[in-house]
Design a protein around this ligand. Structure first.
Ligand SMILES: [Zn+2]
Length: 450
């Protein structure tokens, strides 16, 4: 009898223990959240980079399925629609707004939403906050996370909001709206009285203010339109340097950290496949650093990777090639933008220019295709003009032909309406499976706030 009683007690205890254990982990509140937004990065951009890295490793076997990117090896995958309030094809202001505020905005515009932006929610819970981009800090995507001004073109108003925003660290290539009318000599934001302190990203190591509470603007001494493209600046660039420095500085207790790969979008607008591939690979390297952090805090970290929209309508396939030859991409030496800058008043003839930027084989290919003469006379016109736009257009045509030969093609110089992938890893990551709208990304992240 006694034995039976004892067994019942043990069974009951076991029942309560297991039911407690099953219900306890339901509350997912990651303490460390990374939100990577590859601007313009759709599935094709990631796949192109992966095929390229794969082809370099394995000579000529483009069909291998090995994972070469960190992002594509994440355990959780979702898909996200990106349309704006007034268009199937979104711009970055509306897309950023949907993710930051959970609200649909019209193209070109922000909205603070009814319930506030994500960084504010996390700040209230004691999280440190940071926004990093490879383009100007008052550009549409980063601005959507701190700005209430309606139009993305209102750069000075956005910059003013940036200086007074409660976000702890805002970092990027420059401040477009630094001066009221972008006139040289007019007073700039850094001379006015703002609490946010400008800190140099150019110095060897970032010299943070002693007071942890000080709001920081982290930009290079010499402001730039964007961080150099990875293809023009091999090695670990400014985005990775800034990322690692910010990570060290962020609150050890908890943080919400947005990292925008703005350069990916700009390379896609140029339809420059080689620049895109190098940019995605470099961005993936930064993601790898977040994964290193995750490995130290696996139970408390969430990493999300997505794009705000796809740019360029990139296709893995071209009429010209009939298949994919990603290894050919390695023959392009610099971005098409850099080609235009490097050839100012160039005396070089067409053949030399093509061979120096794209290699000998591409020149032969153009000649065989019967394009040699036409392009040579285009080059003679483009190189003589003072206007860099002529050279931009010329090299843009060359890079599109170069892409076609390697099996890649572009549908547009603008954005497209393709859904974008979402990759997730860590605490709360299962929330992000399935197909949902970009406003739902906000809801899903908000659900994870404590
Ligand atoms: Zn965008």
């Amino acid at each position: 009898m006694k034995r039976v009683k004892k067994a019942v007690v043990i069974l009951l205890a076991l029942f309560f223990l297991t039911s407690w254990a099953c219900s306890a982990p339901e509350n997912h509140h990651p303490r460390y959240i990374f939100l990577f937004i590859g601007d313009g990065m759709g599935l094709a951009q990631a796949a192109a980079a992966e095929l390229y890295l794969n082809a370099l490793k394995h000579d000529s076997a483009p069909f291998r399925t090995a994972r070469e990117l960190t992002m594509t090896s994440f355990p959780v995958t979702g898909l996200m629609t990106t349309h704006s309030e007034n268009d199937y094809i979104t711009d970055s202001a509306a897309a950023g707004t949907a993710m930051a505020s959970g609200t649909k905005a019209e193209n070109g515009f922000f909205s603070p939403g009814k319930r506030g932006r994500l960084p504010e929610h996390f700040m209230k819970k004691g999280y440190g906050t940071a926004i990093l981009t490879s383009v100007p800090v008052d550009h549409a995507t980063p601005a959507a996370f701190y700005c209430s001004s309606l139009s993305r073109k209102d750069y000075h108003t956005i910059a003013l909001e940036m200086m007074d925003s409660p976000v702890d660290i805002i970092a990027g290539a420059s401040v477009l709206g630094n001066r009221p009318h972008s006139r040289e000599g007019s007073p700039d934001l850094f001379q006015e009285n703002h609490t946010r302190v400008r800190v140099s990203l150019s110095a060897k190591s970032v010299d943070w203010p002693a007071e942890k509470e000080t709001k920081v603007l982290l930009i290079p001494d010499e402001e730039m339109g964007q961080f150099p493209y990875a293809i023009d600046d091999p090695g670990n660039g400014l985005l990775e340097k800034a990322f690692l420095s910010i990570l060290q500085r962020l609150d050890e207790n908890a943080f919400f950290f947005v990292i925008e790969g703005g350069n990916i979008d700009w390379a896609c607008h140029n339809n420059d496949i080689a620049a895109v591939i190098h940019e995605v690979a470099a961005y993936d390297h930064v993601i790898g650093k977040a994964v290193d952090f995750y490995k130290k805090h696996p139970e408390e970290t969430l990493i999300l990777i997505t794009g705000d929209h796809e740019t360029g309508g990139l296709a893995l396939g071209s009429e010209e090639a009939g298949s994919l030859f990603p290894a050919l991409i390695s023959e392009q030496r610099v971005s098409s933008e850099m080609m235009a800058y490097e050839t100012k008043e160039s005396p070089l003839p067409f053949e030399r220019v093509v061979k120096s930027f794209f290699g000998d084989d591409f020149y032969s290919y153009l000649v065989e295709k019967g394009e040699g003469e036409r392009l040579a006379s285009r080059w003679n016109e483009a190189r003589q003009g003072d206007d860099i736009n002529g050279r931009f257009a010329f090299f843009a045509e060359l890079t599109r032909l170069f892409a076609g030969r390697a099996g890649f093609s572009w549908g547009t110089g603008g954005h497209s309406g393709s859904p974008v992938p979402v990759w997730a890893m860590g605490e709360g990551s299962l929330e992000f499976t399935g197909l949902y709208d970009n406003t739902q990304l906000y809801e899903k992240i908000l659900k994870l706030a404590p």
